[in-house]
Design a protein around this ligand. Structure first.
Ligand code: C2G
Length: 157
C-alpha cells in the first residue's frame, strides 16, 4: 500500500491505570484507519487538566506503545498541539471517547472527527476510588473505629 493511501488516525488520553475501556477505544480507533497515533498526556499537562495520575507519564506512554493497535505514541503537552500534530503526521481522522462529544468539532475543517461510545462499567476514577479504600489512612481510621467498637462491647458485656 502506498504511504499516501494510508489513513492516519489520531487520539489523545491520559491512560492512567490502563483498563479495558482504554483498550477497547484504541482497538476501535485503529479500525478507523491504517495507522494509529496516540498522544499520551504528560504529568504536567494533566495538572493543567486537574488530574493527578497514579502511574507516571514514562510508564503510561510505554504501556500505550506496547498496545498492538498503536503505531506511534507521542507526548501530549498542551491543548493547542492537536492542529500541529494533524499537520505533522498527515492525520485523516481525529477520534476520542464520547465524554468529549462536541469539544473538538473545530478540527472538522481539517480532518474527520469521530466520538466513540465509552466502555461502560469501568473508569480510572472508579479504580482510584476502590484503591483508596486500601490506603493506609483509610485502614488506620477503620482500625480506630473497630477498636472503639470492641471497647464498647467490652463495657456492655
Ligand atoms: N475511555 C473509554 N471507556 C472508558 C474510559 C475511557 O472509551 N470506560 C476512553 C476515553 O473516552 C478517552 C480514552 O479512553 O477517549 C482515554 O481516557 P482518559 O485517559 O480518561 O483520557 P482524558 O484524560 O480524558 O484525556 O486532549 C484530550 C485529553 O488528553 C483526553
Amino acid at each position: 500500500m502506498e504511504l499516501n493511501m494510508a489513513k492516519t488516525v489520531l487520539t489523545y488520553g491520559t491512560f492512567d491505570l490502563f483498563h479495558i475501556g482504554h483498550l477497547n477505544i484504541l482497538k476501535r480507533l485503529k479500525e478507523k484507519g491504517d495507522r494509529l497515533i496516540v498522544g499520551v498526556s504528560t504529568d504536567e499537562f494533566n495538572a493543567v487538566k486537574g488530574k493527578k495520575p497514579i502511574v507516571p507519564f514514562e510508564q503510561r506512554i510505554e504501556i500505550v506503545r506496547a498496545i498492538k493497535y498503536v503505531d506511534e505514541a507521542i507526548p501530549e503537552n498542551n491543548w493547542e498541539q492537536k492542529r500541529l500534530d494533524i499537520a505533522k503526521y498527515g492525520v485523516n481522522v481525529f477520534g476520542i471517547g464520547e465524554d468529549w462529544k462536541g469539544k473538538f468539532d473545530d478540527l472538522g475543517n481539517e480532518v474527520e472527527v469521530v466520538y466513540l461510545p465509552r466502555t461502560s462499567g469501568i473508569s480510572t476514577t472508579e479504580l482510584k476510588r476502590v484503591l483508596s479504600a486500601f490506603d493506609e489512612r483509610h485502614v488506620a481510621k477503620l482500625k480506630d473505629t473497630l477498636d472503639s467498637l470492641s471497647q464498647i462491647v467490652k463495657e456492655l458485656s
